[in-house]
Write a protein that binds this ligand. Structure first.
Ligand SMILES: [Ca+2]
Length: 157
């Protein structure tokens, strides 16, 4: 009886635990301008290679304000956003960056602001309560180029 009760508990836990999955990978991404051969899609190609010559980071032109966003295609219950900065050089350009999320591009909520340059890896955590998100956008006001190598958005699926 004890064994069967334990088994039932284990089965119950297993079936109610949804797995977190990166729902940004391969989705449509957009940015304020495109520099050379590094479009917005490079930050959702599933590759965290942080060397620009690895061709897996996006890169805008220089501007007072630059932005990048991904459209997840539908609303998800997002628990975690991971950001991978460029590391081969110029990582300090990635500063004065606001992270915004929401279900409409016209009504995004700022959930983080990095005034100082990003580390190699940064994250935004929505735990224990996930946020309903379709768009994840970063707006950089650093009067320089904007480049990131990967953005991962984890949701229960
Ligand atoms: Ca990448």
């Amino acid at each position: 009886m004890v064994v069967s009760t334990v088994l039932l508990v284990i089965i119950g836990v297993t079936t109610t635990c949804a797995t977190l999955q990166n729902v940004a990978q391969g989705k449509s991404a957009y940015m304020s301008s495109n520099y050379y051969k590094w479009p917005a899609s490079k930050a959702v190609d599933g590759n965290t290679n942080n060397n620009m010559n690895g061709d897996s980071c996006f890169h805008t032109n220089t501007a007072a304000t630059n932005w990048w966003y991904v459209d997840l295609g539908q609303n998800y219950q997002v628990s975690l956003i991971e950001v991978f900065n460029r590391k081969d050089c110029c990582a300090d350009r990635s500063k004065n960056i606001a992270a915004l999320v929401g279900t409409s591009l016209n009504n995004l909520e700022q959930v983080k602001y990095w005034a100082d340059p990003l580390w190699d890896y940064e994250s935004v955590v929505f735990h224990p309560l996930a946020k309903t998100v379709r768009y994840v956008k970063f707006v950089q006001t650093a009067n320089t180029y904007f480049h990131l190598c990967e953005v991962k958005v984890y949701a229960r699926v």
